[in-house]
Ligand binder design. Structure first.
Ligand code: NAD
Ligand code: TDX
Length: 332
């Protein structure tokens, strides 16, 4: 049994990982989360208090981070500003949390010799043409497009440098787009589901030809745990589930699964610098660590996600009107 410190554990993917640890291991978990607009106590408050505790604090605050890192065996760093559209409106919290926050954590794990796993994204690799047969691998050069993805890329490079220069026992994973319960309604899939549940219409950026490589958050969590248990220190592993779908098709699926006509959506202003396509080759993770995703069927996973949003309106309703007002103000 180990003591895990999970930063950002009240967010979408971090809370999924905390739940995964509770269900599949006997580790104890301390969540360090600032509870920004994206963090929500309600995403973890059903978990047993003897296994999971929450410290409200900032990963960029060395006075908070130092003692917590000293008292834990493993640090898993999910906390980040995570939404591309927000990073276009105001990059400053992205620089502060994603870069400075990661630096503060790395200095603490360096001091205490703590095992560290860094959660990152496939967006650090830039984007691909629709017809490019290549997919991202661990060898693909970094080429981020947005303030969000550039700060994530910078944080990955800090981890690599701290591993090489100071021997910090670190691994990194770069995952593709996640979907599932507890995802903030600002993000693509929950926004469209909750628009339809609200009697409104999905909003597609531009022509909707952009492709994302979808993975269920449960599969992301099982991959992260596998890397922590068996990954080689200093290595990067890409996580993906062969889930490429274009945005227009996702919107049509949501509408169909909700019993609406497949064309009952609006085209809205495109995102500035919008990445065209992401695609992950996760051969290294599968061959070296024997990991495989459990959610093979994206449409079935989407259907259960729709059910979750229908059944948990108290979780998302407080955020919905503010998010839609923000999007409306920018023509989206
Ligand atoms: P999220 O926005 O839902 O959650 C982020 C969490 O971090 C929130 O609970 C927030 O309160 C917390 N947080 C933000 N700033 C903080 C700070 N300074 N100190 C402490 N806590 C802070 O994000 P998510 O979608 O769950 O993403 C989590 C991680 O996974 C991020 O590092 C993101 O880059 C990465 N990732 C996300 C995806 C995806 O599809 N969502 C894919 C690949 C990687
Ligand atoms: O209303 C919308 N309409 C729309 O067409 C929204 C919110 C988005 N989109 C498009 C933009 C993207 O092509 O849908 C796609 C997905 O958008 P997001 O949910 O904002 O995700 P993305 O920008 O791809 O980034 C996500 O995956 C990688 C996460 O937010 C990141 O944290 C992660 O690193």
């Amino acid at each position: 049994m180990s003591a895990f410190l999970v930063t950002g554990g009240a967010g979408f993917i971090g809370s999924n990982f905390v739940r995964h640890l509770v269900e599949h291991t006997d580790h104890t978990v301390t969540v360090l989360d600032k509870l920004t607009y994206a963090g929500n106590r309600a995403s973890i408050d059903d978990l047993p208090a003897e296994r999971v505790s929450l410290v409200v604090g900032d990963v960029a605050d060395a006075a908070v981070v130092g003692p917590l890192v000293r008292d834990h065996d493993v640090v898993v760093h999910y906390a980040a500003e995570s939404h591309n559209d927000n990073s276009l409106n105001d990059p400053s919290p992205f620089v502060q949390t994603n870069l400075v926050g990661t630096y503060v954590l790395l200095e603490a794990v360096r001091e205490h010799g703590t095992r560290y796993h860094h959660i990152s994204t496939d967006e650090v690799y830039g984007d691909l043409e629709l017809d490019d047969p290549a997919r991202f691998t661990e060898e693909t050069p970094y080429n981020p497009s947005s303030p969000y993805s550039s700060t994530k890329a910078g944080s990955d490079l800090l981890v690599r440098a701290w591993a090489r220069s100071f021997g910090v026992p670190a691994t990194i994973s770069n995952c593709s787009n996640n979907y599932g319960p507890y995802q903030h309604v600002e993000k693509f899939i929950p926004r469209q589901i909750t628009n339809v549940l609200d009697g409104g219409r999905p909003k597609l950026y531009g022509a909707g030809l952009n492709v994302r490589d979808w993975i269920h958050a449960d599969d992301h969590s099982s991959a992260v745990l596998r890397i922590i248990e068996a990954g080689r220190l200093g290595e990067t592993y890409l996580i993906g589930a062969d889930g490429e779908v274009d945005n227009k098709t996702v919107v049509e699926m949501v509408l169909r699964l909700c019993g609406q006509p497949a064309d009952a959506y609006d085209h809205v202003t495109d995102r500035a610098g919008h990445d065209l396509r992401y695609a992950i080759d996760s051969t290294k993770l599968r061959d070296e660590l024997g990991w495989a995703p459990q959610f093979g069927d994206f449409e079935a996973g989407l259907a259960t996600t729709i059910d979750w949003y229908r059944d948990h309106q108290e979780w998302w309703r407080p955020q919905k009107s503010g998010v839609e007002a923000m999007y409306a103000a920018q023509g989206q």
